[in-house]
Design a binder for this molecule. Structure first.
Ligand code: ATP
Ligand code: MG
Length: 248
């Protein structure tokens, strides 16, 4: 579903080129819940932003649901973002002047399909994700975890191929963060949505099916969950220690 092949991306500082992503290769299948972890500056957000079509890359290939992203013009990229992707951000990005239900419908309005079907889907998702009781409240009147679950529902309202989330639990405590991970699991289980998330936090990453560890712009290792969540958490902690050179 998502293929990244030999992705290379650098930033210019003055006349000097700093490579940030060096030959990244990865594949994510339909319905997978995958996290990217790695130290600060390892290129996690850059990778996500390349897949999100927000920043151009110099070499390599990204294919999303059969479409190659390189060489698409701005209009075509905007269409991919709107029709194939859903986004969840660290700081929620809900509009203060709209209710939770209205916020959820915003991507339908942008796409020009704010119809009865969209309204029905919004109501269905509000119930499915356990936030129906806050549908008429404003973002300032609900908790951080509820805001982020509303953002997850908003990301699903155009039935995207994939949700991209950069540090979705960054502003949440572990209890609220957990409800957001359960919302992603729900999206995967009920709607077969693919979720690709960047996180610093091994506890939240342990909810995923697979974790890709980035180091210095390269894939250090990929880890799959074969047992339960807590044994996967242990495996992640050990491997991160190994990656940072604490143990050999
Ligand atoms: N627009 C930019 N211009 C120049 N350099 C940039 C730009 N964006 C990021 N970088 C550099 O690229 C490297 C990777 O940044 P990136 O934001 O992808 O890291 P990250 O893994 O998401 O880090 P963090 O965990 O702190 O969010 C860093 O060294 C950063 O300083
Ligand atoms: Mg980042």
């Amino acid at each position: 579903m998502l293929y990244v092949k030999n992705l290379y991306k650098s930033y210019l500082s003055g006349s000097k080129e700093y490579p940030v992503l060096k030959k990244i290769n990865l594949h994510i299948g339909v319905g997978e819940f995958v996290a990217v972890m790695g130290p600060s500056g390892s290129g996690k957000s850059t990778l996500l932003n390349c897949i999100s079509c927000y920043i151009p890359f110099e070499k390599g290939e990204i294919r999303l649901g059969g479409t190659a992203l390189a060489n698409l013009d701005e209009t075509a990229l905007a269409k991919v973002r709107n029709e194939k992707l859903g986004f969840v951000f660290q700081d929620f990005m809900l509009l203060d002047g709209l209710t939770i239900r209205e916020n959820i419908l915003v991507p339908r309005i942008i796409r020009g399909n704010a119809d009865h079907e969209g309204e029905e889907l919004a109501d269905h998702l509000l119930t499915l994700f356990g936030i129906d009781h806050i549908r008429s409240k404003y973002p300032a009147e609900v908790s951080g975890g509820e805001r982020q679950r509303a953002a997850v529902v908003r990301s699903l309202i155009n039935r995207p191929l994939m949700i991209l989330a950069d540090e979705p639990t960054g502003n949440l405590d572990s209890k609220s963060g957990r409800t957001v991970m359960e919302a992603f699991e729900n999206a995967r289980n009920q709607m077969n949505t693919t979720v690709f998330m960047v996180t610093h936090d091994s506890f939240f990453a342990s909810f995923c099916d697979r974790v890709i560890l980035l180091k210095d712009g390269m894939v250090f290792r990929e880890l799959e969950k074969n047992g339960n969540r807590s044994s996967f958490h242990e495996l992640l902690l050990t491997t991160i220690k190994e990656m940072s050179g604490d143990i050999q």
